[in-house]
Design a protein around this ligand. Structure first.
Ligand SMILES: [Zn+2]
Length: 302
């Protein structure tokens, strides 16, 4: 058994020797498995896990079209129905951020329809958003009167700088995290903070589910960080971790059932779990009890 595994690993290494290098450190990738037709690799040098995908020029537009938010599956079964939960999630992060910086100018990256952004504003932040999906950004502008620019962090043109930048479930989707974090560092004022919420590939939940873990969903998700690797990477851009924790998050029953049915339908346990979930009212709020989500706050040096 052991001998077979070693042989397989050697074969995999040889077959991927010419595959693209680690996007964080340039190290050598080892292909771990395939998911949804895409290779998932681990960097030999820094341990980062990433999707081996040749990203097209229209990647952001094609992945975050309307289907991502409204079609179920990898995105949200009905993002708009989660508005109340997302707004309170934004409030919690707005309050949290005030422990590290006085409420001032904030940019919410990946603002979608602006619900988290509204929660951030509720707590006193002067918050604007940035969102690649124009329909979502337009909804935020027209229905909620928010300032949400259509576009990505990499293409955002502004002369403004910010006291805080929030990236709630965004960094795993960046095509080039180094380019994105360099931009974050540029946009932050000295002493400013960024808050990131993302998934922890080193969590027990991720390890237990293995390749069935719901966050292994390329091509929308491209990176799987550990809190430590993320902190090390941000430090390279002068953004130093000042706090870290696990969010208390609520999701609605419809979203939970959709995620389970879409991503884990080959797993007996989750098939069994998703049946009772499907019987619950779609908008019932359920606590998210996995240990696979974390947040960190990172401050730009003075
Ligand atoms: Zn690496």
């Amino acid at each position: 058994m052991t001998a077979t595994l070693m042989t397989d690993t050697k074969v995999e290494r040889e077959s991927t020797a010419s595959a693209s290098a680690c996007p964080l450190c340039g190290g050598v990738p080892v292909r771990l498995f395939e998911k949804q037709g895409h290779g998932i690799a681990r960097c030999e040098d820094c341990g980062h896990r990433f999707a081996q995908i040749a990203v097209s020029d229209d990647h952001v537009e094609s992945v975050y079209g309307d289907d991502y938010f409204l079609g179920g599956g990898d995105g949200y079964s009905d993002y708009l129905s989660e508005s109340r939960l997302l707004r309170s999630h934004g409030r919690r992060y707005g309050e949290l951020l005030k422990h590290f910086a006085p409420a001032g100018e904030l940019l919410d990256v990946g603002a979608a329809a602006g619900f988290i952004l509204q929660g951030l504003r509720d707590t006193g932040w002067h918050a604007d958003g940035l969102e690649p999906n124009d329909r979502m950004a337009a909804f935020a502008r027209e229905q909620s009167g928010l300032t949400v620019h259509t576009g990505s962090l990499e293409t955002f043109e502004t002369n403004r700088t910010f006291d805080a930048i929030s990236m709630i479930q965004v960094v795993a989707h960046f095509v080039d995290p180094r380019e994105a974090f360099a931009r974050v560092a540029d946009l932050l004022n000295p002493g400013g903070v960024c808050i990131i919420e993302t998934w922890n590939v080193a969590s027990w939940t991720a390890r237990m589910f293995g390749k069935s873990w719901h966050e292994y969903s390329p091509p929308s998700v491209l990176h799987w960080f550990t809190p430590e690797r993320l902190a090390d990477l941000l430090a390279e851009f002068g953004l130093h971790q000042v706090a870290r924790g696990r969010p208390s998050k609520w999701i609605n029953a419809g979203h939970a059932a959709s995620l389970l049915q879409h991503k884990l339908n080959h797993n007996t346990v989750t098939r069994w779990l998703s049946k009772p979930l499907g019987l619950l009212p779609e908008h019932l709020a359920l606590p998210y009890f996995g240990d696979d989500l974390f947040w960190g706050v990172y401050r730009k040096g003075q």
